[in-house]
Design a protein around this ligand. Structure first.
Ligand code: ADP
Ligand code: MG
Length: 700
């Protein structure tokens, strides 16, 4: 059964001419398949519409349906016009809607007499309820009317689409045409036994019902079915990828060799936690299996991942191989280089450091040592190691702070033939649903436990007027020989201002604390300067380190017991948690102060409150996702998270679990999808992968 029709350009569907095709293409809709994958953004039925009479201003969004009885463009200050309309739903019950942007085109598409559905947050303004910049849709005479009990689908209403006349009404028409033409070809694309077992609505019915539901119940089942399908196909991709990887051969690495044993018995200054031992058992099992290891080590900040990586590296050295440790920033690399060097030098292991600032001469020498095997452990930034380093016998690659690289980059690490065991580490606990999606093809070890003897961190949000108290607290800590971090945000959009903040903060603190040395570290400094400042702080020469978020990950100074985070309301929750992880690393109780603006959004208040209440990174990550939504969880960092069309990782955890189980079971039974009963699904699955632009070989 061919699904070639999915690739046909939308232009050949009734109601779409070259003009509309062009506009649709701008929104990423080029083929029948794209159009079919589109999901209404909202539905309208009698029960979801509010009466104007019942409105009261509030933070909740509502939908109102009424007839436009007046329109007008009103001149405002500084020549800025606004467009206003008055809408009536019952005789004498009226409200306003106002637009300050897009006045030109909106005033052309809304006319007196139109029936509109308006969606927004109403406020009372000058005695009348009013929407500002509501979503709007024409819901006219022609076509279905909700008064007859119908449920009407509303579509993404970007300005470009609407300007081109692609209103929801037009979309409904286009999709109606699509079904008229291609509906018959939309058979069931999941295996029949799966559909039966999961009690799913049949594929073709679901695809129709999502646009033209006959009842709320049918709509609910259609949404469930399509969410399931989307998550199932994505998990099928991960299952295929994992099954593929599980067949890749790997170097067989044993355990308990000379170096590892000496390290554990003579050098390690503490006993490993249960979580560390368990992670090492997982790693040992993987590396011994004859297959390539692909393991993610997820551990909260301070859970002690570095030593786990060190022991894994010793295992491969014991077997006569080399290891590489990669980190995203030079500071982190330098720190790994120092701490791994300190741990391993007594064993006679040669550790090398390769970053962007390694001089040409050093680099030549080091590369030669890596190539002939005399350098057994190479630490370096990602880009540098990836870029054509020739190893003598590389058997293990550790990638620290994996989340900073993103899924797609992780794939291209070693494509040149070297197939080392991969140990990915991340200190950012992420919600389970995201982990299953981003790392669903990997084996995962989680370390929730922290090393014993850790002191608690007290976290408190304070206001500017309490600054003097905060400085007093810092003085007391410093008097006891402790050290303090003062952190400023660094947001790309306002980089210059932020930098100025940190620089003037450094001056102010130097004046406040004349007896001690105050360091400044920020991203614009040269690597060498940064390193010197960090080293002075790490050795205890300076008592205060002022920095932008460059210290976010990995820095380890046990005597630092105090952290002041300036403009705390501007940080994301996970980022705040990472920062806080820099303190509470020694034997002393620590304090984290969040200095925040008096006025804040509800969301930032809840973020800071969460910081006060818990320091469990996994709990924090779930709250963070709730506040930001799954898509924004990683902020502006490229996360590699696929864009789901209908599923939502925040709310669809249960569907994800079911879909994942089903997908992995299916791949176990039929790893390369050759069974006759899977062929139809396979064509859809291939189309899914193609359409989403995900290349299998690039995952993992
Ligand atoms: P992270 O997981 O954040 O990378 P690190 O590896 O930097 O954590 O470890 C944090 C600190 O805890 C380091 O100072 C390390 O020496 C110490 N540490 C690690 N494991 C243990 C342990 N089992 N017992 C005591 N201290 C430990
Ligand atoms: Mg670390």
């Amino acid at each position: 059964m061919s699904v070639d029709f999915l690739k046909q350009p939308v232009q050949y569907i009734g109601g779409i001419g070259p003009n509309r095709a062009k506009v649709l293409a701008e929104s990423g809709i080029r083929t029948v398949g794209d159009l079919l994958a589109m999901v209404p953004r909202r539905y309208l039925d009698r029960s979801s519409v509010s009466r104007i009479q019942d409105l009261h201003g509030g933070s909740e969004s509502v939908t109102v349906m009424g007839t436009v009885i007046a329109v007008g463009t009103v001149p405002g200050r500084r020549g800025r016009k606004r467009f206003e309309i008055v809408v009536e739903d019952e005789p004498g019950r009226r409200m306003k809607a106002v637009w300050f942007q897009g006045v030109g085109w909106i005033s052309r598409v809304i006319e007196t007499g139109h029936r509109l559905a308006l969606h927004g947050k109403p406020v009372r303004y000058g005695g009348m309820m009013s929407f500002s910049h509501p979503d709007f849709d024409r819901v006219d005479e022609q076509g279905p009317s909700i008064d007859t009990g119908r449920i009407i689908a509303l579509y993404p209403g970007t300005a470009t689409l609407q300007k081109a006349g692609l209103t929801s009404r037009a979309f409904r028409k286009v999709i109606y045409e699509l079904f008229k033409e291609h509906g018959r070809k939309l058979g069931e694309n999941l295996p029949a036994d799966l559909v039966a077992r999961e009690d799913l609505l049949e594929g073709r019915v679901a695809r129709r019902a999502i646009h033209f539901p006959k009842s709320q119940d049918e709509l609910k089942r259609a949404i469930y079915r399509l969410k399931f399908e989307e998550l199932f196909f994505f998990q099928l991709l991960l299952a295929t990828s994992r099954s593929h990887k599980e067949r890749i051969e790997g170097m067989v690495i044993g355990s308990g060799g000379r170096l590892e044993t000496r390290f554990r018995e003579e050098i390690l200054p503490f006993t490993l936690t249960g979580a560390q031992e368990r992670a090492l058992e997982d790693i040992a099992r993987d590396m011994q299996s004859g297959r390539q290891m692909n393991r993610l080590l997820q551990g909260d900040v301070g859970s002690g991942k570095t030593v786990v990586a060190a022991i894994a590296a010793l295992k491969v050295m014991d077997a006569g191989y080399q290891a590489a440790v990669m980190a995203p920033t030079e500071i982190l690399c330098e720190q790994h280089y120092r701490s791994l060097g300190r741990m391993l030098a007594p064993l006679g292991v040669r550790v090398g450091l390769l970053t962007g600032s390694t001089s040409a001469a050093e680099r030549r020498e080091l590369l030669a040592a890596v190539a002939d095997g005399s350098c057994q452990l190479l630490v370096g930034t990602h880009a540098v190691i990836q870029d054509g380093v020739d190893f003598h016998r590389l058997a293990l690659a550790v990638v620290d702070e994996q989340h900073r690289f993103g899924v797609l980059q992780r794939a291209t690490l070693f494509e040149k033939g070297e197939r080392p065991h991969m140990l990915l580490m991340t200190a950012t606990p992420i919600p389970r649903s995201l982990a299953l999606t981003l790392y669903g093809d990997l084996h995962v070890s989680i370390m929730r436990e922290r090393p014993p003897g850790r002191q608690p961190i007290t976290t408190k949000m304070v206001r500017e007027k309490e600054r003097e108290n905060v400085y007093d607290m810092m003085r007391q800590e410093i008097a006891k020989g402790r050290q303090c971090y003062v952190v400023y945000p660094l947001v790309e959009e306002s980089e210059k201002l932020d930098l100025r903040d940190a620089v003037s903060g450094h001056e102010a603190l130097s004046a406040q604390f004349p007896d001690v040395q105050v360091e400044l570290v920020h991203g614009r400094m040269k690597a060498a300067e940064k390193e010197e400042a960090m080293a002075r702080f790490a050795s205890g020469t300076s008592a205060i380190l002022v920095s932008t978020t460059v210290i976010e990950v990995g820095v380890d100074v046990p005597a630092a017991t105090f952290m002041l985070i300036e403009h705390a309301e501007r940080f994301g929750l996970s980022q705040l948690h990472q920062l806080r992880g820099r303190i509470g690393r020694g034997q002393h109780a620590s304090t984290c102060i969040l200095m925040a603006e008096y006025k804040q959004s509800e969301e930032s208040r809840r973020r800071l409150q969460a910081m006060e209440e818990t320091d469990d990174g996994f709990e924090i990550s779930e709250i963070d996702m709730e506040l930001r939504g799954a898509g924004d969880f990683f902020g502006t960092q490229q996360s590699g998270l696929p864009a789901f069309r209908i599923a939502d990782l925040l709310t669809d955890q249960a569907i994800l679990d079911t879909a994942r189980d089903a997908a992995f079971a299916l791949i176990q039974e039929d790893p390369t999808l050759v069974a006759a009963s899977h062929q139809r699904m396979k064509t859809w699955f291939d189309a899914f992968v193609r359409q989403r632009g995900i290349r299998l070989s690039r995952i993992g």
